[in-house]
Design a protein. Structure first.
Length: 180
């Protein structure tokens, strides 16, 4: 009896399947699923799930810790609810896990609240900077318009033409991007 096994061909992947798997994995993580259950549902190994999560997180630009805190809070909600129900049903063994989950929830809520406050301050600073930049652009536009008008008036001026200044000034403004 010959017990040789042939390697199964790799499954054909359709476009977009990787993105769908990533979305499912992240959704399950937000729901509080452990890696083992995600791996079982996706029919992959736990290491593959870890690699998928690491790849997703590596691609993401993280502004601050508040995003991470929000994800952790979403994951902990299910654990907190389960442990709370067990305590309510009289399971004394669930008190320890309930308190640990509650401690983590408090910690992440504190991080999210601090980061949210800092985020508002950072947004205000950014808005002020953008307003200053817009004002500077408006001032630059106004100055260019004044320079153009001055160049036109000097070009039209008979006094300036007699002394040769008008054409020299007009060339200066033209060389600096101001149409005359």
């Amino acid at each position: 009896m010959d017990m040789r096994f042939e390697a199964a061909p790799a499954p054909k992947r359709r476009p977009g399947m990787r993105a769908l798997r990533q979305r499912r994995v992240l959704a399950r993580m937000r729901e509080g699923w452990p890696y083992e259950e995600i791996a079982r549902a996706e029919k992959v190994t736990v290491d593959r799930v870890r690699k998928i999560v690491a790849k997703i997180l590596k691609k993401r630009v993280i502004d601050d810790d508040s995003d991470h805190a929000r994800v952790q809070l979403a994951r902990l909600e299910a654990a907190l609810q389960s442990a709370g129900e067990a305590v309510a049903d009289g399971d004394i063994r669930a008190i320890g896990p309930y308190l640990r989950v509650l401690d983590r929830v408090d910690r992440y809520r504190g991080v999210a609240a601090v980061r949210r406050f800092e985020g508002d301050h950072a947004r205000q600073k950014l808005l002020a900077k953008l307003n200053r930049m817009a004002e500077a652009q408006d001032e630059e536009r106004v100055e260019k318009e004044r320079a153009r008008r001055l160049a036109e008036s000097l070009a039209d001026s008979s006094i300036g033409e007699e002394e040769g200044y008008a054409s020299e000034d007009a060339r200066f403004y033209q060389n600096h991007g101001v149409s005359v």
